[in-house]
Design a protein around this ligand. Sequence first.
Ligand code: AMP
Length: 725
Amino acid sequence: MKRQDWRNPRKANGMDAEQNPLFDGADLAKATSDPAARAEALRREIEHHSYQYYALDAPTISDAAFDSLMRELREIEAAHPELVTASSPTQRVGGYVGEQFAPVVHERRMYSLDNAMDLDELDEWMERTAEACGGALPPLCCELKIDGSSIALTYEDGVLVRAATRGDGTTGEDVTVNMRTVRDVPLRLRDEARAAIAPGVETLELRGEVYMPKKSFEALNAAAEEEGRAPFANPRNAAAGSLRQKDPAVTKMRDLSTFMYAIADDAALEVEGQWELLQWRRKAGFHVNPDVRLCTTAEEVRGFCRECLDRRESLPYEIDGVVVKVNDFARQRAMGFTARAPRWAIAFKFPPEEKTTLLRDITVQVGRTGALTPVAELTPVVVAGSTVARATLHNLDEVHRKDVRVGDTVIVRKAGDVIPEVLGPVLSLRSPEARIWEMPSVCPSCGSPVVRDPGEVAFRCISIDCPAQALERLLHWASRGALDIDGMGEEIVSRLVESGRVADVADYYSLSEEELASLDMGRVKADGEPVRLGHTVAKKLVAAIEASKGRTFARVLFGLGIRHVGKTTAEAIAAAYPSMDALSAAGEDELAGIYGVGPKVAHGMWLFFRTPDNTSVIERLRAAGVTMADEAVAVGEEVPQVLAGLTFVLTGTLAHSGMTRDEAGARLKAMGAKVSGSVSKKTSFVVAGENAGSKYDKAVALDVPVLDEAQLLNLLETGEVPREI
Ligand code: AMP
């Protein structure tokens, strides 16, 4: 594998000497000739990037480049052991303990992994391992290396009591409240798994990775862009950032998942090795990655690595390699740990996919809220298996921060192997003609002046008549997640807008089959006649428009494209205010009190209902027969009795949603549950809000499952009873 050459700053990921403290002027010459100075410079640089990565969730260099710095430092320290310092990054796991979460000192250290950068290095590790095991290669358990954030889950008497991040390996952060919102984390271990717990063991610490699926990452960044927030660099940073949210409701909406693969103390379970441990975890109720293989030869291990590299793209989550572990716990114990990592495991790292290409132009896209997004127009290049011709540059600050200019040769990467990203320019190839780009002062679609909201990165076209915005709003309304008008795609909507027949979403509902059938598609046939949409398509469209009237209220709300109101937020709002009338009458404070809705969203929504253009669209939608309330919830009829047979006891304050216990009780009853005032063995669930009292203690004593507020809301929304209970 080709390594980045960091001794040549020009090659380092398009970054130049000014941006990189390692290469500060005169230091450079000294650092390259004097190992002590070089090691110190590397340490400073690594510390800087560790902070960017772990504390700010905003790395500024690629993983490959970071690994390369680490390796160089390790090489220098190996050649000059006298230069090793206790605080050298080689002596600890990269990480940062933030201040907003309580620190958790890990009883057993959370180690990192040593890396093999290619198959030769993997072979070397296998040779060393065979030697350490008396000459023969022991069985090796091969797993995917999930690109997320490490997590340690502690269970006491089978109940989840704590979740902690890795932090610096010794001390992590307490993220229990947030991890509880991650759906695949069992809150209790299943009874079937208890038999294998060693006698006398009450506490189990299980470890794994929390990650964000590629799809959720894409959606999150698309929303960030729309709302003018900075996007996450990759799913790993998005997962880490989502885990460290102050508001657990935000974490919940981020759609995190876990794969669990390790135990802090293997003596706590009566299992012999990693393979068996994974089977046990599945039994205990954890999400365990199915792609594991127990290999007995080096060739099998290499084969598994190659297969995984090939399949990498098609997996719904990010992986950055394969972890190969000595399977047998007794052997693992015998091999032990270095200061940083276990000797009995190695991470075979996949090469990152980066390519260079020409930045031909930067164009501007106008979103449905008027946000202007610069887009890189590239000479098409194949990266990680697909052709990249365009890539978002997010906003003007980003264009300047990266210092990309029109005419530059740029490095392109598939961030998280999903979304193409322009990393930066190759400065040594910059031509004198390369042009610094600025945001246009008028909207490229309608020519109206462009403004920048104070405190936001996004520039906006604020004209309500902007056709580009109208087009995006109309497409959004018709999209799958919103009103789902099948067949209403960009070409037809553009023609409807250009013909002046459709200007806002309510206009869809007055379209006749006749009008649609005769819509001029802007092309001509061989005989010179204009191409028209025709009756077959028109008929289907009219039926699709009709069907869209019956969608849920949450979809209508989402479809309206209110600023900051994404799909999940719309669902949360519709659950609290299930009708347009109730919602439009709500005050800003009331809106801000909805679980998962912050003041910014509340303000945007409040304003939306006080803008005459919007209310008139809503009235026309109402007149057309589009859903304005969720009947079942609003009228109290036909709620599926999914909780029939279950008894709930509520205790504490439901601080996040602002619901009283009576209100929550009424909603549970509406779904068929019984609500009781005291806890007994027959109680199915105790719902514990903040400052829960003796009922909580009794629930724990009687082994009655306890739900927190987030789980209650989830249950009210989805009707799904939490797993494992
Ligand atoms: P690094 O962060 O590059 O030092 O890699 C080590 C990290 O890889 C561990 O701390 C884990 O968080 C992560 N990891 C992901 N998948 C696995 C796996 N299957 N086994 C062990 N570690 C894993």
